[in-house]
Design a protein around this ligand. Structure first.
Ligand SMILES: NC(=O)C1=CN([C@@H]2O[C@H](COP(=O)(O)OP(=O)(O)OC[C@H]3O[C@@H](n4cnc5c(N)ncnc54)[C@H](O)[C@@H]3O)[C@@H](O)[C@H]2O)C=CC1
Ligand SMILES: O=C1[C@@H](O)[C@H](O)[C@@H](O)[C@H](O)[C@H]1O
Length: 339
């Protein structure tokens, strides 16, 4: 069976995922593309032989769309995801699931009313080979209990519209999701402190930031977010446990020796660093949809949890760096909880 995907939002990542669905993943076809920029939607749709319906609602209602991919701006995600759930169609939503905890909960409640999972959120790091190996090692128990996690999330630079709050909402949100999954533990508090700011880029931006998280079992996480580090896109993660530690590998890259130096390239952006993870993410999503199965990737509940935790981090940043308790609802049975 070919899964016919309709894409809402034909911007940067939308176009990259359309390429992935048409050129990399087998068993999928993009049959409809919509965007509030109609010209862009028509051009992108034409490249893959798709139609360009005027709105997200038209696309979701189309009999030629089996599953929906939401890659529009964050504040518009909830509306499209809720419409897809109401139509009973599987929906993959790029992060964030929604920009407010209330909207995330509306999606969770809609899915619970539907009775089975339809939503997957685009936290692609769960599909990265390095993180998956780390999880195998931690879950095997060979290292004993995890105690501390040291992380860094560095981007070479960010656009002018990037704000200090986005360090949590847009950037650290990836660690927040992947660490909940990696440790199989819940984050219960967040704190954000700021060292001296880099002179590079904008005066308005608090960059870098240091974030601290604590989990329910008492694991402490420190995360440096530095989005104007200039030298490359660099993701680091090291988990210290009772009997040893496990570290995320750097992406494989040839070593070059010349002029008395030895070096390896540092990726320059997330598209490059996580290209394989994105491919795996979509292969597994399409396989689940084709089989009529529930998606196995990050759920609507994970999208809600990530938003609530980033809200706590932003509150800490905005109020001078206190420890802020994460105010999370009990996890419903549909997502492995007891509520
Ligand atoms: N997983 C990851 O690492 C990444 C995820 N993202 C996420 O992907 C989403 C899109 O980001 P970009 O592609 O960078 O943005 P973008 O601005 O390049 O593209 C967004 C597109 O959505 C369209 N759009 C906005 N509202 C719409 C609506 N209601 N209906 C239809 N189209 C609409 C815009 O016209 C634009 O073409 C964001 O939520 C972002 O956080 C972005 C980059 C990396
Ligand atoms: O999701 C992403 C961007 O939106 C965000 O701005 C970057 O900081 C992240 O590294 C990238 O993965």
């Amino acid at each position: 069976m070919t899964v016919r995907v309709g894409v809402i939002g034909a911007g940067m990542i939308g176009q990259d995922h359309i390429r992935r669905l048409t050129e990399v993943v087998t068993g999928a076809a993009v049959t409809a593309v919509t965007d509030i920029d109609q010209t862009r939607a028509t051009q992108v749709a034409a490249r893959v032989g798709a139609v360009a319906p005027p709105t997200g609602a038209d696309l979701i209602g189309s009999p030629d769309v089996d599953a929906v991919l939401v890659t529009s701006w964050g504040p518009t995600h909830a509306e499209h995801v809720l419409a897809a759930v109401a139509a009973g169609k599987p929906v993959f939503c790029e992060k964030p699931l929604a920009t407010t905890a209330e909207d995330c909960l509306r999606i969770v409640e809609a899915e619970r009313a539907h009775g089975r999972r339809l939503v997957q959120v685009g936290f692609m790091r769960r599909f990265d080979t390095g993180y998956r190996r780390m999880k195998e090692v931690i879950s095997s128990g060979a290292l004993g209990a995890p105690l501390i996690v040291h992380c860094a999330h560095r981007n070479p630079t960010v656009p002018d519209g990037y704000t200090s709050a986005m360090a949590a909402q847009d950037t650290a949100v990836h660690e927040i999701d992947v660490l909940r999954w990696l440790l199989d533990d819940e984050i219960v508090s967040a704190q954000v402190v700021t060292p001296r700011a880099t002179r590079n880029r904008f005066d308005h931006l608090k960059d870098p930031q240091i974030m601290y998280f604590e989990t329910a079992s008492g694991i402490r996480i420190d995360l440096e977010v530095f989005v104007n580090c200039r030298y490359g896109y660099d993701i680091q993660c090291e988990t210290v446990a009772e009997e040893g530690l496990v570290r995320l590998p750097d992406p494989a890259s040839v070593g070059v020796r010349t002029a008395g130096r030895h070096g390896t390239a540092v990726p320059q952006d997330w598209k490059d660093r996580f290209a394989d993870a994105f491919d795996t993410e979509f292969r597994e999503w399409i396989a689940a949809v084709a089989a009529g199965a529930e998606p196995t990737g990050p759920s609507a509940w994970d999208g809600y949890a990530a938003t609530v935790i980033t809200d706590a981090a932003v509150r800490s940043l905005d109020t001078g760096g206190p420890v802020v308790t994460v105010d999370m609802k009990p996890r419903p049975a549909l997502y492995g909880g007891t509520a």
